[in-house]
Each structure stands twice: as C-alpha cells, then as structure tokens.
Design a protein around this ligand. Structure first.
Ligand SMILES: Nc1ncnc2c1ncn2[C@@H]1O[C@H](COP(=O)(O)OP(=O)(O)OP(=O)(O)O)[C@@H](O)[C@H]1O
Ligand code: SF4
Ligand SMILES: [Mg+2]
Length: 372
C-alpha cells in the first residue's frame, strides 16, 4: 500500500504525516517454523487523527503496536520496513536513541496495561521514573508538580500518587497507564485494547478521557480493539487486519458505508442492530494458522464471494477515492463487492417472496453464518 495513498482524507494538502509506516514486516521464529505476524503493513497518520486497528485475535494488531515502539522481543524480529515519527526514523535509531524516543515521540498503553503497573511501587514513583529518565534536569518539586498535572489530566485526584496499584479500581489503573503514556506529550500514542477489561460505563468514561487528551494535546492516536461499535464512535480512520495483512484502510464513514473487502463487510454486518433482535450474525470459519496460510488470498477459506483467481493469486492493494485502499480481487470485477452484495440481497428477496406466495414461510440460508 502506498504510504501516500492512505489516511489523507480531511487533511490539508502539504501536511506531513506524524506517523508513517511503510512495508513493516515482523516475523516470529517458533519451534514450528517462522511465522509472519505483520506482513508489509503501510499506513499514514496525520496530526490529531484517530486510527482504529481492528481484526480477529492473532491478526497481528499488538505485533504492529510493539513494532512501532521497537519493543518486539525474541523470538520475534522486525524483518523489514520503516517507521517514521515526523522526521525521525525509528527503525534507523540505535537502541540508546530509541530509549530516548520511546514515550517522548511515541507512547503506548499496552494490552493488559493494568497488569503492567508494578504492584509494589506507589503510583508516584512509577510516573516519576518516566519523567526522570527523559527529563533529568527537572528539580524534585518540578517532578512532583508534573505528577499531579498528569494525574489531573486523566481525571485522577493528586492523592492517587501515594497509593499502590491494588488500591485502585480497574478504571483508575487504566487512567494511570494513560497518564504514563502521555506524560511526555508524545506526538503519537498507541492504545492497545484500553477498555477491554472494563465495564461499559467505565469504558465510555476512559474513551472520553483519551478523546479529550487527544484533542487538547493534538496527539495522533492508534486505537486497537475488536469492538466495531466503539470504533465507529471514536476513530476517524479504520484499518482492518487479517492474518498479518492490512485487508482494508480508509475513513471510518466510508468503510461503514461502502466497504470494499468482504471481511470488513462481514465485520460490519455482524454488528447487532435494533431491527435484528435475537439474530446474531457471526463470521463462519476460523482465521488460518500463520504457519499454514492458504495460497492466494488468506481470506478465501471464509469468503462467500471467493473466485478461482483467489486461490492462485494474492490480491494487490487497490486505491479508491479519499484515501480508501482495499486488497481484494473483487475490485477488478464490474460492480465490485457492492454488486455482489446487492445481487445476493436481490436473490434472497426473490426467494422470500416466492416462499411467501407458496405460503411455506421458508427462508434462505444465512450466508454470513448467522443463527437465530
Ligand atoms: N512471542 C511470540 N512468539 C511466537 N508467536 C507470537 C508471539 N507473539 C505473537 N505471536 C504470534 O503472532 C500472531 C499475532 O499476534 P498478536 O498478539 O499481534 O495478535 P493480536 O491481533 O494482537 O491478537 P489479540 O486480539 O488476541 O490481542 C499470533 O499468531 C501470535 O501467535
Ligand atoms: S480476494 Fe477473493 S477470497 Fe479474497 S476477499 Fe476478495 S473475493 Fe474473497
Ligand atoms: Mg493484541
């Protein structure tokens, strides 16, 4: 995917991306063989943008997050590609340079962040660590003032600094992790499933805090998650991962209105709606093992629109208007995915009306694997 063809909508021409990821590849060397968890992933993020990264478990979302932070540990390795934050090339930095860039240029709220806090160290010392490593010239009183400031930025009282993690609720711990991620006002933060362990009320409050910080500090955000409903409300751009590859990326309203990859279409169709009470539409089948990927398109074993070409040739990325890019052979077929979906809907409607006329009430099979 061309780095220039993604994530540009709504951005004044001439604006440089704050995060530019080009052909990023990450491999894990396991006893069973090498697996590629991030396969030539490219995207741009512009100042103040919010990008959602979705995909099933094991699709490589956290791998991308860790690779952006240069925190992939053996048996994993970044095997190719480039990550730029502004004019700084993170992939070309020495380990020492990267230590200084981490949290200052790019911060992260890791997956299962709450257990990332050290249980035997008070919150004050955990925030202090980050400030002192990166800003060693701060005086003691300046550090204490900054600690209070970052706690207040995430709506926590100053007294929280004196507590241990076990004395905090889940939502408070998550806020401390966010405070640490933004303490140095980085240009980009990656939040890896920041609300998955929280109840819906606290989830909403935490997302509001992330949104407010993003606006006030003009930070670009990469939000990783599974919840398409949450993504629809929070992010302006959406990237859909499948088996280590980017299946589709583009502005959120465009992807919801006119997805060009069947996987995105099925993820959106699986969202419950008020008119579908009692019906749950899932995606049939399971993600293939990254150690035994099918030939051609990795999604072909689950795709309702699979064609002959899909088993012999991997689809290449096709750019549509407005920074929308998808990897699917249907892009070359007249009518594309929309044509197929409409044809399927028409066929189902015809079947229903024929059944109604006969009085059988017989319905067609649920092509997306839903059950009622
Ligand atoms: N340390 C590791 N060693 C070997 N394989 C790994 C390692 N970490 C991740 N993987 C593999 O890389 C793939 C991508 O994993 P990753 O954690 O990035 O997925 P994910 O999309 O974040 O999933 P989830 O939604 O469950 O968090 C998976 O197949 C996983 O098994
Ligand atoms: S390339 Fe073929 S199998 Fe893959 S998503 Fe498109 S239609 Fe389906
Ligand atoms: Mg993950």
């Amino acid at each position: 995917m061309s780095a220039d063809s993604t994530g540009r909508s709504g951005v004044a021409s001439g604006t440089k991306p704050v995060l530019s990821v080009t052909d990023l590849c990450v491999d894990y060397y396991t006893d069973a063989g090498r697996l590629r968890a991030c396969d030539h992933v490219s995207f741009n993020l512009y100042p103040g943008q919010r990008l959602g990264l979705v995909g099933e478990s094991g699709s490589g979302k956290s791998t991308i997050a860790l690779a952006l932070m240069r925190m992939i540990k053996p048996p994993g390795r970044i095997s190719g590609g480039r990550v730029m934050v502004g004019d700084d090339d993170l992939t070309a930095m020495s380990d020492n340079e990267m230590r200084s860039a981490r949290m200052r240029l790019i911060g992260m709220v890791p997956q299962a962040a709450m257990s990332a806090l050290n249980p035997v160290i008070r919150i004050r010392a955990q925030i202090q660590d980050v400030l002192q490593v990166h800003e060693p010239n701060l005086t003691y009183s300046q550090v204490q003032a900054r600690i209070i400031e970052v706690l207040e930025a995430v709506e926590l009282r100053p007294e929280v600094a004196s507590l241990y993690p076990h004395e905090l609720s889940g939502g408070m711990k998550q806020r401390v992790c966010i405070a640490i991620a933004v303490a140095l006002r980085p240009k980009v933060i990656i939040a890896d499933e920041p609300t998955s362990a929280l109840d819906v009320i606290v989830q909403r409050q935490v997302m509001e805090t992330i949104g407010r910080l993003q606006r006030e500090m003009n930070i670009a955000v990469v939000l990783i998650g599974h919840d398409m409903g949450l993504m629809a409300q929070f992010v302006d751009h959406l990237a859909v991962m499948y088996a280590g590859k980017l299946a589709e990326i583009g502005p959120t309203p465009t992807l919801f209105a006119k997805p060009n990859h069947p996987y995105t279409h099925m993820l959106i169709s699986s969202l419950p709606t008020l008119g579908q009470k009692g019906v749950f539409r899932g995606i049939p089948g399971i993600t293939p093992s990254l150690l035994a990927l099918p030939t051609g398109c990795y999604f072909r074993t689950r795709c309702p629109y699979v064609m002959d070409v899909c088993s012999s040739q991997a689809p290449t990325q096709v750019a549509f208007d407005g920074g929308h890019v998808a990897s699917c052979h249907l892009s070359a077929v007249p009518g594309g995915l929309t044509g197929r979906v409409e044809a399927e809907r028409d066929a189902e409607a015809t079947l229903h009306s024929a059944s109604a006329e006969k009085g059988t009430g017989e319905a067609g099979p649920n092509k997306t694997g839903g059950f009622s």
